[in-house]
Design a protein around this ligand. Structure first.
Ligand SMILES: C[S@@+](CC[C@H](N)C(=O)[O-])C[C@H]1O[C@@H](n2cnc3c(N)ncnc32)[C@H](O)[C@@H]1O
Length: 434
């Protein structure tokens, strides 16, 4: 493909993304499948342009006064890549597969420059999110915002066992793996070139799972131990379920105890089955009714309940930048209500003296500290459990544990791409009074 044809393809894909909630990654894969003439270099260049436009979408649509794919790509070329208007004219010829010539209005827009954009536009995040980030991170908010939207987040693996042999094996295959600094079972692979993890023998054998280090920590800090009755209340596709089961393994590698993975969505629960099979692990799967029906037998029975609550997913925007501009403040308010209701319901399953862990993959205080504050005010029979205590015996490296103690605020831990180089995660821990 010519460079100009790639730009046309990027514009078309951005238009498709404007009309769907499907992840950009899937839409790009589909496009590649349907346009076989595009080679791997073409697909890479097109994806790079699409992600560049998605990350700077707010700023580019402000500058171009349009969020059409073509406007975003033109804006990215001129304002971000510094491509001159005459160079753009050479690309936008309207010949063959090249994009149509610049219109008078487009030329005027580009000539006018990107103006005095409000600072929130620079970050590529919705204005209300910037407001929240400033509240949480003060002067560091822009550093956090940039890290949150940074391209090419590394791929983390959770190893079910010793990570040293896996690292050696990956090196022999030509990868550049590194041990993750916090999780004792984490291995980090650079995003470039994209590793095909699912094709690795270790993946097929269930030795590794793709899981961000922040998510691994949320699973490990919850406090599962061999022999416990553990409820993974919002189990979804089972990422934390598997980490909890790993924490329930004794020194002989045998898992003991009982793990109940529940969710309102049956399809999500079904996704856990192949993962369990691959890893040779077992869990009871339960579909909940809309008000948490289906767990009556577990009232005050669980040693540990993990609530990995539905959230905005703002902590993983570096992996899905296309979702950032779609988040609305009203949705965050709805999520806060839902999280509070779920946490209340799930807390009833904790036995006296048992543990409760609340987690989200959000960076917004509405879904984190505010939900935790509300739970604590309404549930005085739960006492905060310091992160420092939870680190004791958790699968965390000694150096990592020291850093996490500093980052933690008592019983709450806020991870972010800017602070811990993980996805954004929040964890808050409790113990039910005996
Ligand atoms: C953040 S995701 C869970 C991710 C999962 N724990 C993992 O590590 O892969 C939140 C989950 O909560 C589920 N959920 C939504 N509403 C719920 C409710 N009322 N009760 C229980 N789960 C709910 C969603 O279906 C979704 O799977």
């Amino acid at each position: 493909m010519t460079p100009a044809a790639r730009l046309q393809a990027a514009s078309d894909i951005l238009d498709l993304l404007g009309k769907t909630r499907r992840p950009a990654e899937e839409v790009l894969k589909d496009w590649g499948r349907n346009n076989r003439y595009a080679g791997s270099k073409d697909r890479r260049a097109i994806a790079d342009k699409v992600y560049q436009c998605l990350r700077a979408r707010e700023r580019l649509s402000f500058a171009m006064d349009s969020s059409a794919g073509r406007a975003l790509v033109l804006g990215a070329l001129h304002f971000l890549d510094g491509v001159s208007l005459s160079e753009i004219d050479d690309l936008y010829t309207g010949e063959g597969y090249a994009p149509a010539k610049l219109s008078v209005a487009e030329r005027k827009r580009l000539e006018a420059g990107d103006g005095e954009a409000p600072e929130w536009l620079e970050s590529g995040l919705p204005a209300f999110v910037v407001e929240r980030l400033k509240g949480v991170y003060g002067d560091d908010w822009l550093k956090e915002a940039e890290a949150l939207m940074l391209p090419r987040a590394p791929i983390d693996l959770r190893v079910n066992g010793d990570r040293a042999p896996l690292i050696a094996g990956l090196e022999m295959l030509g990868y550049r793996p590194e041990p993750t600094p916090f999780s004792a079972f984490g291995v980090r692979l650079p995003a470039d070139p994209p590793p095909n993890v699912r094709a690795l023998p270790a993946f097929r054998q269930g030795t590794i799972e793709i899981q961000d280090e922040g998510s691994q920590l949320a699973g490990f800090l919850a406090g599962a131990r061999p022999g416990m009755t553990v409820v993974d209340y919002c189990a979804g596709g089972g990422g934390k379920t598997l980490a909890l089961l790993q924490a329930m393994q004794g020194p002989n590698g045998e898992t003991s105890g009982r793990l109940i993975a529940s969710d309102v969505e049956k399809t999500r629960l079904n996704n856990i089955k192949p993962r369990l099979t691959r890893a040779g692990l077992e869990a009871e799967l339960r579909q909940l009714g809309p008000d948490g029906e289906g767990m009556e037998d577990l009232e005050a029975q669980a040693d540990l309940v993990l609530v990995d609550a539905p959230c905005s997913g703002s902590g993983v925007w570096r992996r899905r930048p296309e979702t950032a501009h779609k988040l609305e403040e009203t949705e965050v308010a709805r999520l806060h209500e839902l999280q509070s209701a779920i946490l209340h319901r799930a807390s009833r399953l904790v036995k006296p003296g048992g543990l409760l862990a609340y987690a989200t993959c959000s960076i917004l205080p509405d879904e984190n500290e505010l939900t935790a504050d509300r739970f604590e005010a309404d549930h005085p029979h739960f006492t905060p459990r310091p992160i420092a205590d939870a680190l004791d015996g958790a699968a965390v490296t000694p150096e990592g544990a020291e850093t996490l103690k500093h980052i933690a605020q008592g019983h709450r831990l806020r991870l972010s791409p800017g602070t811990s180089h993980t996805d954004g995660f929040f964890v808050s821990l409790y113990r039910r009074k005996p």
